[in-house]
Ligand binder design. Structure first.
Ligand SMILES: [Zn+2]
Length: 321
């Protein structure tokens, strides 16, 4: 399988530096540093949409570490340059983007082209896709985990944005990653099983997927999900590849799975349809507009294309649908 759009690890996280006491302030003062400013999960993009619009710290007056209540993150190093992220999603209370813009540093955000990672991740180069995936994952975590998991007090970021610590009892909370399996299920005739989710746009079909439950191996999770969602029995399960899917915190673990039964029974709640497709049937359904596949950034499309043996048209639908 080719490199997945959100799994291009070219930035050195340089994790050993996160504990340096003045790391964020030092890097902010370094004119070589580049900064990714994220607000409400939206990536600032160049006009052609193919690059992140990264900024030098001196262009971001009022947004530096210590200037407010945003979260600052050390993303890592690449080509001897350091990269930081400012996560404005964590603005407290009624502070608005306009309020920040009034300070000057974020004024450009109001006019710059912006996009969501799941829509544009495949268009970005290796460095930008890596920076964006890490920043979005950490932004989602900080936004959803403001309180101590032990006592409920508000926690504060430490370790250059990679830990949150409770001021009352010292508990350290680390970023969460939730394991999810996603599988290309095929039968002895070489057909693939694709399903339509109850809350998806019309005609969208994709591979089955689901979260790994406590006490499960990945292989068990694959077999359980296929049985629960489609009523199909699977025996052989083989790992293919993984990619982070930080919407908000998943790691998608891709598998091939071989079905030993072909009768399909959907639950009618999570899934409203599931069908077997030959390559010819899928091609015909795509041409007729009866089937729309997942978006280009997804591992789902990569798994389907691997089975198909060639490139297929990705869904043009915007994210969140
Ligand atoms: Zn606590």
């Amino acid at each position: 399988m080719h490199t997945l759009p959100l799994a291009r690890s070219v930035v050195d996280p340089a994790a050993h530096r996160r504990g340096e006491p003045e790391l964020l302030a030092e890097l902010w003062a370094d004119p070589e540093t580049l900064v990714l400013v994220l607000h409400e999960g939206l990536l600032p993009l160049t006009d052609d949409g193919a690059h992140l619009d990264l900024r030098a710290p001196d262009e971001l007056a009022g947004l530096g570490p210590g200037d407010g209540d945003a979260v600052w993150v050390f993303l890592g190093q690449c080509d001897e340059r350091a990269y930081l992220a400012v996560l404005l999603a964590d603005l407290p209370g009624d502070t608005s983007l306009e309020g920040v813009a009034a300070d000057g540093g974020a004024a450009w955000l109001a006019t710059v082209r912006r996009g969501r990672l799941r829509d544009v991740g495949h268009l970005l180069g290796d460095r930008d896709a890596d920076l964006a995936t890490t920043a979005v994952a950490l932004a989602e975590w900080h936004a959803r985990h403001p309180r101590c998991t032990r006592c409920g007090a508000l926690t504060r970021p430490e370790q250059a944005g990679w830990v949150r610590r409770c001021p009352d009892d010292g508990t350290e909370d680390y970023p969460r990653t939730d394991a999810a399996v996603i599988m290309a299920v095929t039968d002895d005739a070489g057909r693939i099983l694709l399903a339509h989710g109850a809350h998806w746009p019309p005609h969208r079909y994709s591979t089955l997927a689901g979260f790994v439950e406590p006490g499960e191996s990945l292989e068990t999770a694959v077999r359980r999900e296929v049985a629960e969602e489609a009523g199909v029995v699977v025996d052989e399960v083989a790992y293919v590849a993984s990619q982070p899917w930080p919407f908000p915190a998943s790691l998608m673990l891709g598998f091939r799975a071989r079905a030993t039964t072909t009768d399909v029974v959907v639950d009618g709640k999570e899934l409203t349809d599931a069908r077997w497709f030959t390559r010819e049937e899928l091609s015909a359904a795509l041409r007729a507009g009866e089937v729309l596949l997942p978006m280009r950034t997804s591992i789902a499309l990569a798994l389907i294309e691997e089975w198909f043996g060639g490139t297929l048209p990705a869904s043009p639908l915007p994210s969140g649908r």
